[in-house]
Design a protein around this ligand. Structure first.
Ligand SMILES: [Zn+2]
Length: 240
């Protein structure tokens, strides 16, 4: 049983070390996820704007074609005006010229609006591209940092994992289940009893339990917090 108690306490120390190594990267993974979301967002705004830009340019091409047709038609009509044979023909032609001019004016206004809209969209795209480049650069930096943290700690992690496997062999499935359960509430599931108190919740352990613990024949739990408690002297002989 003494060996089991020691293995249990060792497992706890190993798991705390592993917790620390994982926490060593801080909130970097979270920051990276956030940046990836931002990047996807800005990419999608760029795509939307590019698609709007194609629509604007298509409309402008159509408008320019119509403008050319109108100019040709105006020339043709002015030519005809010189050869009209009567008032009726003259009136009809001038009416048509007026209509063509009116349409030209409207079209000119539309085309100028399209130009303004295009310039605006291009400006916005430029802004988005700047953001995209900034996010991409930050993301690269953070990924690099995270990778170097992983690389430098991976040997240590491997070492602790090997030790963990060895410690697990000393423990029953039932005890491991209890340990894992307590770990969901308290990362330090196995604690020493120091000066008669559980060093997890700092509440007193009954004198009867203290006496029985010294026999190292049984596993004890703190009746207040549920942590597994081990004798301080025994715990101090455990190294990881
Ligand atoms: Zn306790």
């Amino acid at each position: 049983m003494e060996q089991t108690l020691r293995a249990l306490y060792r497992l706890q120390q190993i798991d705390l070390e592993l917790d620390d190594l994982e926490a060593g990267s801080g909130d970097l993974p979270g920051e990276i996820r956030q940046l990836e979301t931002n990047l996807a967002e800005v990419q999608s705004r760029i795509s939307e704007h590019e698609s709007t830009l194609s629509t604007i340019r298509r409309e402008r091409n159509t408008g320019n074609e119509e403008m050319q047709e109108l100019r040709a038609r105006a020339l043709e009509l002015n030519e005809r005006l010189r050869t009209v044979r009567n008032n009726k023909e003259y009136d009809a032609t001038t009416t048509e010229i007026a209509a063509a001019e009116e349409r030209s004016k409207d079209l000119g206004r539309s085309l100028s609006t399209l130009d303004d809209r295009e310039a605006e969209i291009l400006r916005e795209i430029q802004g988005f591209e700047k953001s995209r480049n900034e996010i991409t650069a930050t993301l690269e930096d953070k990924n690099e940092t995270l990778n170097s943290i992983h690389e430098s700690s991976s040997d240590e992690v491997d070492e602790y994992r090997a030790q963990r496997v060895a410690a697990l062999k000393e423990l029953s499935a039932e005890l491991l289940e209890r340990y894992s359960y307590v770990r969901t509430k308290h990362p330090d599931a196995v604690v020493k009893v120091r000066k008669g108190a559980c060093s997890g919740c700092f509440r007193a352990v009954t004198p009867q339990t203290l006496v029985e613990m010294r026999r190292k024949e049984q596993i004890f739990f703190c009746e207040h917090c549920g942590r597994l408690i081990v004798d301080e002297e025994l715990a101090d002989t455990v190294e990881v």
